[in-house]
Design a protein around this ligand. Structure first.
Ligand SMILES: [Zn+2]
Length: 173
């Protein structure tokens, strides 16, 4: 044991009384009692972990939470398929309806149907839903979003990292 370190390697304070040794990412450090108790309380909140696959990381509440991926963008996002015009026209002809008949069934003007079938108007989602229903076709598909990696920290939450050191230092200011 080396006890000639007189200053806390975390906060830089002069160590009064006994120094404490902690291991951070494999690096041994001598810290003051104040830093040590902070680190100890940090660890005490984590349950003892036998050899098990990593559980979802526990978040220790901090003043500045990390940004979370927005889940709400993953739901209720649909877009009209690219070949909507062709799908609508074919389905309508298969049913033997005129454009006017289709327009009436979805409660739109005939002109709207003409423009949609010509590919000059992308039907709004609500209209596309009505067209899907009466024509029994699919016009909407969910928007595929790139999903954030759930957590890139994972196991790091259970051991002290250099990032923790930086934050602990920041608390002193
Ligand atoms: Zn210290």
């Amino acid at each position: 044991m080396v006890y000639d370190v007189r200053y806390c390697e975390l906060c830089g304070a002069l160590i009064r009384g006994s120094a404490h040794r902690v291991t951070v990412e494999g690096v041994s450090m001598m810290v003051c009692g104040r830093c040590y108790s902070r680190l100890a309380s940090r660890r005490a909140r984590e349950p003892p972990r036998p050899q098990r696959p990593p559980a979802p990381p526990r978040r220790v509440s901090r003043p500045a939470p990390r940004p979370k991926p927005r889940k709400d963008t993953l739901y209720d996002r649909y877009e009209v398929v690219e070949d909507y015009a062709e799908r609508i026209r074919r389905a309508r002809l298969r049913l033997g309806w005129s454009q006017a008949a289709l327009a009436q069934r979805v409660g739109e003007g005939e002109n709207v149907i003409k423009r949609i079938e010509a590919g000059r108007l992308v039907p709004p989602i609500e209209l596309a839903r009505r067209l899907e229903k009466v024509l029994k076709i699919r016009l909407l598909e969910p928007v595929v979003e790139e999903v954030f990696p759930a957590s890139t920290r994972g196991a790091e939450d259970y051991t002290l990292t250099l990032g923790d050191i930086v934050r602990i230092r920041g608390e002193d200011e």
